[in-house]
Design a protein around this ligand. Structure first.
Ligand SMILES: Cc1ncc(C[n+]2csc(CCOP(=O)(O)OP(=O)(O)O)c2C)c(N)n1
Ligand code: SF4
Ligand SMILES: [Mg+2]
Length: 274
């Protein structure tokens, strides 16, 4: 009988511990499938962070290391600078990346480290029971904004993709979601593009994936998907914020498009001596 579908070799057999309706499992699968498609399972190194995906090293079947909260881009920097031909990626939540690890992500992008960041934005600190994150929407109820996030007291959301795309070192930044088949396919395309950027040594790449946290949002899985579409996509519009014009051929080799070395109009006052 013809095989029409089988589990990806990019994931281990360990069942996910994620809550029903959580997008982390879908996003893991897309990363895993992309590693398999690039024949990179044996050589890639992932950096797990702190949050509900703290043990993603149990699920994604490549070499993984665990970084302290927020420090994944720094750990990935060290690994990539030593393993220049391996895909190196981080997998980080919004609390991890946009709050505790703000310094690390900003400077990794500014340095144009040749790493790929998978940034999963679910607008809360999921693992620790749903505290407000920098990405929490105005008016959103969380355990630490029980009356809804009030900007006069708790400030405004941080749009990470828009923010980082202003840095000269960022090569490719795109925001996607995984709410339906079409968007899942699009998210996979974006992850592949990020790995192509890395393969061609073009610099820092980040894919932000809007994600649900039904448990801490207090919603059923389908209602959480609807809430994401109706609210998160308004605050965080989908699209490519940097590197939209970069293209690759079918083998993933660079064809055209502006990259940090040529595109960012940095003032250069002298030859760099090596
Ligand atoms: C330095 C430090 N501060 C705080 C914590 C507690 N902590 C663990 S997970 C977490 C929230 C992670 O949220 P996020 O990164 O958004 O991931 P999610 O669980 O939502 O996927 C926090 C605050 C910690 N482990 N280390
Ligand atoms: S708490 Fe939220 S982010 Fe964590 S596994 Fe459950 S739904 Fe996913
Ligand atoms: Mg989160």
């Amino acid at each position: 009988m013809a095989v029409v579908f089988e589990p990806t070799k990019g994931l281990t057999d360990k069942p996910f511990h994620y809550c029903p309706g959580c997008c982390h499992g879908i996003i893991h699968r897309l990363v895993a499938e992309t590693l398999v498609a690039n024949d990179a399972l044996e050589t890639a190194v992932g950096v797990a962070s702190v949050g509900c995906t703290y043990n993603s090293y149990e699920y994604i079947a490549c070499d993984m290391v665990q970084a302290a909260h927020g420090r994944a881009p720094a750990v990935a920097t060290g690994i990539k600078r030593n393993l220049k031909d391996s895909f190196v990626f981080t997998y980080q939540g919004d609390g991890d990346l946009a709050s505790i690890g703000t310094a690390e992500i900003v400077h990794a992008a500014a340095r144009s480290e040749n790493i790929t960041v998978i940034f999963v934005n679910n607008a809360v600190y999921g693992m620790t029971s749903g505290q407000m994150a920098p990405t929490t929407l105005v008016g959103q109820v969380t355990t630490t904004s029980p009356w809804g996030r009030d900007p006069s007291y708790q400030g405004y959301p941080i749009n990470v993709s828009e923010f980082l795309s202003n840095l000269a070192g960022a090569a490719y930044i795109e925001r996607v979601c995984v709410t339906d088949f079409k968007n899942i396919q699009n998210a996979k395309r974006a992850i592949q593009k990020a790995f192509n950027v890395q393969k061609n040594k073009l610099g820092f790449s980040l894919v932000e994936v809007l994600s649900t946290c039904p448990t801490n949002w207090g919603k059923e899985p389908l209602a959480a998907m609807e809430w994401l579409k109706e609210n998160m996509e308004k605050q965080y519009p989908l699209g490519c914020y940097k590197g939209a014009d970069i293209t690759f051929d079918a083998e993933g080799n660079y064809v055209s498009g502006a990259i940090p070395a040529t595109a960012n109009n940095c003032v250069n006052v002298g030859e760099v001596k090596k």
